[in-house]
Design a protein. Structure first.
Length: 281
């Protein structure tokens, strides 16, 4: 009987230890949700590569922003690295914030707004109506559920713009921007920084005197509440994971030029930024 009790006690201690160590007891799995936005894709691929080097099995889930927030809040995904606050994703955080934990700010000084090439001779959103014919009354946007699209709709109302916002995808928007610049044609798009478009083309944000798009934003990493206390190793990594403008810009640029070899580009970037990567351990 004494031996049976000792065996049962040892088994109980083992179970408790396994519960307390989370993923460190061999169950090293993590699901990262992301939207097809340049900065989010870059950070997600970077985190994936680093975590795989730590022995994690990383699953990526791609969706529009609304399903991504729902997935993290509901536990179908563990992490999302591309939450823009306090303006862009305010509504989503109001709806799902009680089910997610903000782990850190991974990028400071982000910005959203309406963007034009430098050869366009207007400076403010207020001037758009006066040159409506040049832009054919169109603002080229991204996916309809994106926070920046909601703000663009608000801007159209706030400034009384006689414009239609065309929803598409980031890739389609960038294709339209490139074609317009190649042909030196006027174009206005929903833009944000950080983004590799600013290193490739000469662009500027239109002034927003009514501050519809807010001032500067910060990009945050959020986690499912249960995950945030279950996997202390991964959570510790994400609490430290942060990039500045130069670092994220170089990563996005490397991926934009990778021509189908993005994974190799990320690995090369990691090799060139070992000191930064080690600071996240």
């Amino acid at each position: 009987m004494k031996k049976i009790l000792l065996f049962a006690l040892a088994a109980l201690v083992t179970v408790i230890a396994a519960c307390n160590t989370g993923s460190s007891n061999g169950d090293k799995k993590i699901t990262i949700a992301y939207v097809n936005w340049a900065e989010g894709v870059a950070m997600t691929q970077l985190a994936k590569n680093i975590l795989e080097g730590k022995g994690y099995e990383v699953t990526l889930k791609n969706a529009d922003v609304a399903p991504v927030f729902a997935a993290v809040a509901g536990g179908d995904a563990d992490i999302f690295l591309d939450t823009w606050m306090p303006v862009t994703h305010q509504n989503y955080m109001e709806n799902f914030g009680h089910k997610v934990t903000v782990l850190n700010t991974n990028f400071e000084g982000a910005k959203i707004g309406l963007v034009v090439p430098d050869y366009v001779n207007i400076k403010s959103i207020e001037e758009l109506n006066a040159v409506k014919d040049k832009f054919e009354g169109h603002i080229v946007g991204i996916d309809a559920g994106a926070g920046i699209m909601g703000k663009a709709e608000e801007a159209v109302k706030a400034y009384g713009l006689d414009y239609e916002i065309q929803s598409s995808s980031e890739a389609a928007m960038m294709a339209t921007l490139k074609k317009s610049i190649d042909e030196k044609q006027p174009v206005v798009v929903t833009g944000w920084a950080p983004h590799w478009m600013f290193s490739r083309y000469k662009l500027r944000f239109l002034e927003d005197p009514k501050q519809v798009f807010g001032a500067t934003e910060k990009i945050q990493t959020i986690a499912n509440n249960e995950f945030s206390v279950a996997d202390t190793v991964a959570v510790n990594f994400f609490r430290k994971f942060q990039l500045n403008s130069e670092q994220l810009g170089s990563l996005m640029g490397a991926m934009a030029d990778a021509d189908g070899k993005e994974d190799a580009a990320v690995k090369e970037w990691i090799q060139h930024n070992q000191e930064l990567v080690k600071s996240w351990d």
